[in-house]
Write a protein that binds this ligand. Structure first.
Ligand SMILES: [Fe+2]
Length: 183
């Protein structure tokens, strides 16, 4: 029992531990996507950079939840991660999978928010809203746009040029912008 604990339910604590695992799992999947994009048989440096940055962000999300859980007087319990897919097949398949991943993470965050709300914990609701929910909808929009673009350009030269632009300029919108000075 932590001296810092006040108005913090057991289900909120369990939910945050679950979310830490979800964020670390997402980081693991993005690492796998980045490694795939780097492989000599693929060589998509724009996607590699994007996924690598996403992996780092997901790990940061987990770290912020760890910090938060300790601040509220909870106990961090890390769990095993699952081995991610290794062959992401195509840029389009990888980006579609990333879009689904972000939607799943968002669903998990919305559930966590519901737990906080049900337990009368406005501070936890505020934390989730401010730090996580907006970033999720931005990431979902960015990846959905990328799927549309990949459908348009087709395979071969189209994907090559699309990836080169991603490498140089980033996505141009949303939270995961590679280029400097954008939000
Ligand atoms: Fe995240």
């Amino acid at each position: 029992m932590s001296l810092a604990k006040q108005n913090f339910s057991t289900s909120s604590e369990e939910g945050i531990n679950q979310q830490i695992n979800t964020e670390l799992q997402a980081s693991q999947v993005y690492l796998s996507m980045a490694a795939w994009a780097q492989h000599t048989s693929v060589v998509l440096p724009g996607l590699e950079k994007y996924f690598r940055e996403a992996a780092n962000e997901e790990r940061e999300h987990a770290q912020h939840l760890i910090d938060y859980l300790n601040m509220r007087g909870g106990k961090v319990v890390l769990r095993a991660l699952q081995a991610p897919e290794t062959d992401w097949k195509s840029a389009k398949n990888a980006v579609e999978s990333a879009l689904q991943l972000e939607k799943d993470v968002n669903k998990s965050l919305l559930n966590l928010h519901k737990i906080a709300d049900t337990n009368g914990d406005p501070q936890m609701c505020d934390f989730i809203e401010g730090r996580y929910l907006e970033e999720q909808v931005k990431a979902i929009k960015t990846l959905a746009d990328m799927v549309t673009q990949l459908n348009r350009v087709g395979e071969g030269l189209g994907v090559y040029l699309w990836d080169q632009q991603l490498y140089r300029e980033g996505t141009g919108a949303g939270s995961r912008v590679i280029g400097a000075g954008r939000d």
